[in-house]
Design a protein around this ligand. Structure first.
Ligand SMILES: [Ca+2]
Length: 477
């Protein structure tokens, strides 16, 4: 009896198993301190999260926002559950259950803040897709600051009318803000404070750093003056060309985001939720890098990996990801085995004690729970085939660690003058990432059987999804 009371008392004192998923937008593999950042950026709060938990060094996603977020929210390849992975207008098939829907159904209070980019039609809104509370935007990006130039306003309203509007639930919000990173973090912290006694799921989806910064011409798309001044004072970086000024801006928006993540983590600690809350931090795709996007103000780093955002080379698809939960998983560990964005959904459900479904929509669940691999005595991860695509299917890679097959229909975002960044416009290239993580040596002729094996996976996949993929390369018809 005494033991029972003891157990019950212990059970009653345990905090709920909360889940916090923080996503950065276009943050590269080389942009964080804990990933041996090769620029001046310091990210002490995300680094501490990695020290308290597990850091993944071979975590892969689709190379651009929409398909990456489709896989995150569904546990499926983007082509399993979306007609054409582009623009975020069509949404995910309604017979596919999304991450917040699973958690909501299991009794979680669910809150999403920031970038959605998964459709804004009837039934596609975050509130229709499992979020009790939503504050954010539908499009790929929104200005960081409330005030904006007339020119920018007109340009973006023409391009995508919903791009520059924030929504509170389904209603347009007229609330002014100083900087989006602050606004979203404050909303997220309000959600945590208001739900500290219930199990909650928080999705904090920053627009930072997103890389397309224009401190000089469009200050509404840049860091705050305060953070720019901090960075200038701290690092004494050269500040003459627009590229140099843009790097300062990039560092400022990234460090600003890190500082606000620190505030959120401090709130969890203050509320005694830090030990039992699973926190995931990840990026949705690789960074926009200056050597590849020479016409854009691009200052991200993919840590020496080839190419960047929108391209299925490692610079586009290998991104930072850390998971922390002091009471449930190991501290200060690194998982170097192959993992991917579709694994997040089953991992979070598994942590929350929700049965991981075998299927979602019309297909078997593509992801696996990573929970068994987050202990100190790590099991080796299974070898799996994997598929990553960009918008409009103009770039595809098929992976079976350490092998990788790449094809590109066009020079997506490539600098045509840079021969070092030449990309194929037909055929498939084969790389062995164990020996050649920079993807420089095509082995497709040397290992035709391996090329065939990965191509067969792609062809079988095409047949298996039972419909013609439009606009793609390498399709089997
Ligand atoms: Ca992105």
């Amino acid at each position: 009896m005494a033991m029972m009371i003891c157990v019950m008392a212990q059970g009653a004192s345990r905090s709920p198993k909360n889940v916090v998923l923080i996503m950065a937008d276009d943050l590269g593999f080389g942009d964080l301190g804990c990933y041996n950042c090769d620029s001046a950026i310091h990210t002490p709060n995300i680094d501490r999260l990695a020290e308290q938990g597990v850091k993944f060094t071979s975590f892969h996603v689709n190379p651009v926002c929409v398909p990456s977020r489709v896989s995150l929210m569904s546990g499926q390849y983007t082509l399993d559950c979306e007609e054409r992975p582009h623009a975020g207008k069509t949404g995910i098939y309604q017979n596919v259950t999304l991450l917040p829907q699973y958690l909501q159904k299991a009794g979680y209070v669910t809150g999403g803040f920031g970038k959605w980019h998964l459709g804004n039609g009837e039934g596609d809104h975050p509130v229709d897709r499992g979020f009790d509370e939503w504050f954010g935007f539908y499009g790929g990006w929104i200005r960081y600051k409330y005030e904006q130039s007339k020119e920018t306003h007109i340009r973006h309203i023409k391009a995508e009318p919903h791009m520059q509007i924030l929504y509170d639930g389904k209603e347009k919000s007229d609330e002014p803000w100083e900087h989006l990173t602050d606004l979203l973090t404050d909303k997220a912290m309000g959600f945590v404070a208001g739900n500290k006694d219930k199990p909650f799921f928080l999705f904090l989806s920053y627009n930072a750093p997103h890389g397309w910064l224009y401190h000089e011409t469009h200050p509404e798309y840049s860091a705050t003056d305060e953070w720019v001044e901090k960075v200038r004072a701290k690092y004494n970086l050269p500040d003459e060309t627009w590229e140099q000024r843009n790097l300062i801006d990039y560092i400022a928006v990234t460090e600003h985001m890190d500082a606000r993540i620190g505030d959120l983590l401090a709130l969890l600690k203050k509320q005694n939720l830090d030990q039992d809350t699973l926190v995931v931090f990840m990026s949705d795709n690789g960074a926009i890098t200056p050597e590849f996007y020479y016409t854009l103000a691009a200052s991200g780093s993919n840590g020496g990996l080839r190419a960047g955002k929108a391209v299925p080379y490692e610079g586009g698809v290998r991104v930072p990801m850390v998971i922390s939960c002091p009471s449930a998983i190991a501290a200060n560990e690194t998982v170097s085995g192959f993992t991917m964005g579709v694994d997040i959904l089953p991992t979070l459900l598994d942590f929350a004690g929700i049965p991981v479904p075998e299927n979602n929509g019309d297909h078997p669940l593509r992801g696996i729970s990573l929970m068994p691999y987050l202990k100190q005595q790590q099991k080796p991860l299974p070898q799996r085939e994997a598929l990553f695509v960009n918008n409009g299917m103009s770039g595809i890679c098929v992976m079976k660690d350490p092998w990788k097959l790449v094809t590109l229909k066009s020079r997506v975002g490539a600098n045509k003058d840079l021969t070092t960044n030449e990309v194929p416009t037909d055929g498939w290239l084969l790389f062995n990432l164990d020996d050649d993580i920079g993807e420089r040596k095509d082995l497709s002729r040397q290992y035709p059987e391996k090329t065939e094996e990965l191509l067969d996976f792609w062809k079988d996949y095409n047949r298996g999804i039972g419909r013609k993929i439009r606009g793609g390369v390498g399709t089997n018809d």
